[in-house]
Design a protein around this ligand. Structure first.
Ligand SMILES: *[C@@H]1O[C@H](CO)[C@@H](O)[C@H](O)[C@H]1NC(C)=O
Ligand SMILES: *[C@@H]1O[C@H](CO)[C@@H](O)[C@H](O)[C@H]1NC(C)=O
Ligand SMILES: *[C@@H]1O[C@H](CO)[C@@H](O)[C@H](O)[C@H]1NC(C)=O
Ligand SMILES: *[C@@H]1O[C@H](CO)[C@@H](O)[C@H](O)[C@H]1NC(C)=O
Ligand SMILES: *[C@@H]1O[C@H](CO)[C@@H](O)[C@H](O)[C@H]1NC(C)=O
Ligand SMILES: *[C@@H]1O[C@H](CO)[C@@H](O)[C@H](O)[C@H]1NC(C)=O
Ligand SMILES: *[C@@H]1O[C@H](CO)[C@@H](O)[C@H](O)[C@H]1NC(C)=O
Length: 335
């Protein structure tokens, strides 16, 4: 890799680390609207109000119904498979509030929470076990994979995605989640995360994830990271480890302890006791990773600038173009 390539890669990585995927809500009036004080509306608000506690207390996946006949509300909540119960709680809480604000009277709604992701859906029809492929939300890191020849990278990438799709869809009826890593070059590692709502069968989960992967290849091939989310599944990949590997307080084991409020979190001892009281490893990573990346980037840039002075004018111009481009781009989203 050329020096300017390394510098631009580190900068994009820095931007990637600092950006979260944004909150997204979708509302549907295909089955009509409800009026503010209707039974349907009250059922929806009541069921969603209980969701932050119920989803996080049930290992990150929860379904519920409330009401009768045309007033019956079906709701589903999913947290990222690497989310501790406190992170799950706050992601669902934030999604529920935004969903109610964005969909004041639509009979159906969907919210994708952010970083790590979660899903909240409600409808006036059965949505459990049903594969829905639309709508799709996708985005990518604006930096390119820092390799001149992508032939081998693409093969490694596809083989990793195939592996993670299989592993995730073979999960249980309470968790369909998998992460995976592959070495592309000595310098580059590919990280992937996939998750389905576990009410889906293995076949439906497999199909949801494969369509997400091909959607990504269609929109964003060559970019150095991205995500695709659908009502039933989540997919993200990047060139840095953006997930918590194998957290013990994820959806694998239902947590009995109540979710921590931000206040109690900051007053606990700063030890890494995954999920039962201490600062979570996610929180720690969120603090440490950007700091490390900033230091490494600054050091590399400093070295790069020093070296550049000694190099030819042409390299200087190239390097500058790279820097300018990468400093001012932000995570571009497509829908
Ligand atoms: C439902 O309400 C929204 C406004 O909240 C309105 O734009 C839409 O046309 C309504 N749809 C139906 C089917 O009444
Ligand atoms: C909803 O009900 C409350 C009290 O039950 C009432 O004060 C309010 O005016 C009603 N709103 C609408 C839009 O009907
Ligand atoms: C959610 O949990 C509460 C207790 O926090 C419980 O009373 C309620 O029945 C649960 N909601 C559903 C829909 O199961
Ligand atoms: C839930 O979210 C709302 C709106 O974002 C916020 O005001 C509230 O404090 C949150 N509740 C908890 C317990 O975090
Ligand atoms: C890229 O690398 C592959 C082998 O890994 C090689 O077959 C191919 O010719 C290369 N393409 C270019 C444009 O250099
Ligand atoms: C997670 O870690 C435990 C040991 O800490 C191990 O037994 C288990 O297989 C791991 N699970 C996954 C999915 O890697
Ligand atoms: C946390 O700190 C308190 C004293 O400040 C100590 O008594 C307690 O044992 C510590 N807990 C852990 C888990 O280290």
């Amino acid at each position: 890799m050329r020096l300017s390539g390394i510098v631009s890669f580190l900068l994009s990585l820095l931007i990637g680390v600092c950006l979260a995927t944004a909150q997204k809500e979708r509302c549907y009036d295909t089955a009509g609207n409800f009026t503010t004080n209707s039974t349907y509306g009250r059922n929806r608000d009541q069921i969603l109000a209980s969701f932050p506690a119920n989803v996080s207390a049930n290992g990150g996946f929860f379904t519920a119904t409330l009401g009768q006949d045309s007033d019956k509300v079906y709701a589903l909540g999913l947290c990222g498979g690497d989310s501790s119960s406190d992170i799950c709680y706050s992601c669902i809480n934030s999604s529920v509030h935004k969903l109610i604000a964005t969909c004041p009277n639509q009979k159906e709604g969907l919210s994708w929470g952010s970083n790590p992701p979660c899903i909240v859906r409600y409808a006036d029809r059965l949505i459990f076990g049903v594969l829905e492929l639309e709508p799709t939300d996708a985005g990518y890191n604006t930096g390119d994979v820092p390799l001149a020849n992508l032939t081998q990278f693409d093969l490694d990438w596809e083989s990793l995605m195939d592996r993670v799709v299989k592993k995730a869809s073979m999960g249980s009826s309470t968790l369909k989640y998998a992460t995976g890593e592959a070495d592309a070059t000595t310098f580059l590692k590919i990280y992937a995360l996939m998750q389905c709502t576990p009410d889906l069968s293995q076949e439906k989960c497999d199909s949801c994830l494969r369509q997400s992967v091909s959607y990504y290849e269609g929109c964003c091939h060559g970019k150095q990271g991205g995500y695709v989310q659908k009502p039933n599944c989540l997919f993200r990949w990047d060139l840095y480890p953006f997930y918590v590997s194998n957290a013990s307080t994820s959806a694998t084991a239902p947590s009995l302890s109540p979710p921590l409020s931000p206040a109690s979190l900051s007053s606990t001892n700063k030890t890494i006791t995954r999920g039962d009281g201490g600062i979570s490893s996610q929180t720690l990573a969120a603090i440490v990773v950007p700091i490390v990346v900033v230091f490494v980037s600054v050091a590399i840039i400093a070295v790069a600038l020093l070296l550049k002075r000694k190099k030819t004018r042409q390299l200087d111009v190239n390097g500058k173009l790279f820097l300018d481009f990468n400093l001012f781009v932000v995570d571009f989203k497509i829908s």
